[in-house]
Design a protein around this ligand. Structure first.
Ligand code: AMP
Length: 403
């Protein structure tokens, strides 16, 4: 490994029991090293660290996020980058919920950490874990600027009609209840790349983006600004996901409480962890789902049909909200890798100018690409998302602006 880390950005995505990270050059996007700490707080923890095509594995209990990040730094030092000695240009942290407070990349200080902690009421699973990652990184790299990039930020300016829930306005105001939207870094990055590939100014384009990973969301974007998105106050609303239900009748929550005597945490867990594709079919990975469908499993077939039905419902809504669309883009694990999902989501829509070329759609490629026939009125694209690069660039830009 040749280059030193001083001009690179360390991007940290700290989850409740994991830390994903990348050390990368924000200009070229070249990743010097990446990895993941898993099962923090459990008996059997571990780390996988990749550098120059080589993977280093460590299996040991990891007590907390601070211990996890120390192990990451030790492994960096052992494999060529002593981050403490070399320094890095900045650390970029993915933070899930910025609430009403944060809507652009923000330089982290004690007050910012306190505000992110306070937003835990809106994101109890995510924000405390993000704070743990931030505090660990600040302790290890005290002189290095740390930047928070918020998953909600891109959607901050949603039109009032799109972000307002039709409940008692005083209750909503007292509890911060509005549509915030998530996966914003991905929707912004992917829609920007789609405009680049089209050779058009984003300001001229109406776009729909489907981020279909384990979590899944859709957005409608006019002139580079989002006008609607499927996730809401929390990442539970909207599309059917790996383990999350997405949209449902809110009356189901009260019904479960009264009839099944489930307390609110159990219902929350049911809807977030045991629903979606997993709740319907028993598996949450799309590759396994396809195998089950191929073997004639009817529950898996139904799960897939519900998934596609929901996608198309959002597609229809966003087509009308935008008054026509120039580009539809698929991204994330399922969106980038499942030609079947892309074909089924857009089937039978040629009267709206929406067509998928079967050869382009099934071609093996990891590159950003068009999958609509040439000359089609609506461009359909697959664009691999790269949230780490977007976070690294945002962090570097903020640090440079400060001089
Ligand atoms: P993500 O959250 O973006 O990492 O996406 C993870 C999901 O992508 C997995 O749970 C799989 O369901 C799906 N996925 C990954 N690779 C493939 C593939 N080759 N074909 C279909 N689905 C895939």
């Amino acid at each position: 490994m040749s280059e030193t880390a001083e001009n690179m950005v360390l991007v940290i995505n700290s989850g409740s029991s994991s830390i994903k990270y990348q050390l990368l050059d924000p200009d070229s996007g070249v990743v010097a090293a990446s990895g993941m700490v898993e099962r923090i707080g459990e008996d059997e923890g571990g780390l996988e660290h990749r550098v120059d095509g080589e993977t280093t594995e460590r299996r040991e209990p990891i007590a907390d996020h601070a211990a996890g990040l120390r192990l990451v730094f030790d492994t960096f030092a052992a494999t060529g980058h002593d981050l403490v000695r070399e320094g890095v240009r900045a650390v970029g942290h993915r933070v899930v919920h910025g609430g009403e407070v944060f809507y652009r990349p923000t330089l982290i200080d004690d007050d910012v950490v306190a505000s992110i902690s306070e937003l835990a009421a809106l994101a109890p699973l995510h924000n405390p874990a993000n704070v743990a990652g931030i505090e660990s990184a600040r302790a290890l790299l005290p002189g290095v600027p740390q930047v928070a990039v918020f998953d909600t930020a891109f959607f901050h300016g949603l039109p009032a009609a799109a972000k307002t829930y039709a409940i008692d306005a005083k209750v909503a105001a007292a509890h911060g209840i509005r549509k915030y939207g998530f996966h914003g870094t991905s929707h912004e990055y992917v829609s920007g790349r789609a405009a680049e590939l089209l050779g058009r100014d984003p300001a001229e384009l109406n776009q729909i983006v489907f981020h279909l990973g384990n979590g899944a969301s859709a957005s409608a974007i006019r002139g580079g600004r989002p006008v609607d998105t499927s996730m809401g106050l929390t990442p539970l609303e909207g599309l059917v996901m790996g383990t999350r239900s997405g949209d449902l009748d809110p009356g189901i929550v009260a019904h479960l409480a009264r009839s099944a005597h489930l307390d609110i945490d159990r219902i929350d867990a049911l809807l977030n962890r045991d629903s979606g594709i997993k709740g319907l079919s028993g598996v949450n990975d799309f590759r396994e789902l396809r195998r089950l469908i191929a073997s004639g499993d009817e529950a898996a077939r139904l799960a897939y049909d519900v998934y596609i039905h929901r996608l198309r419902r959002y597609l229809g809504a966003y087509l009308i909200e935008l008054g026509g669309v120039d580009a539809i883009t698929f991204t994330a694990g399922v969106g980038e890798n499942s030609p079947q999902v892309r074909a089924d989501a857009l089937a039978g829509l040629s009267r709206f100018g929406i067509e998928v070329d079967p050869v382009a759609n099934t071609a093996e490629s990891r590159a950003a690409r068009f999958i609509s026939p040439s000359g089609a009125p609506v461009a359909v694209l697959v664009v691999p998302t790269n949230e780490e690069l977007a976070i690294a660039r945002a962090a570097r830009q903020l640090v440079e602006r400060r001089g």
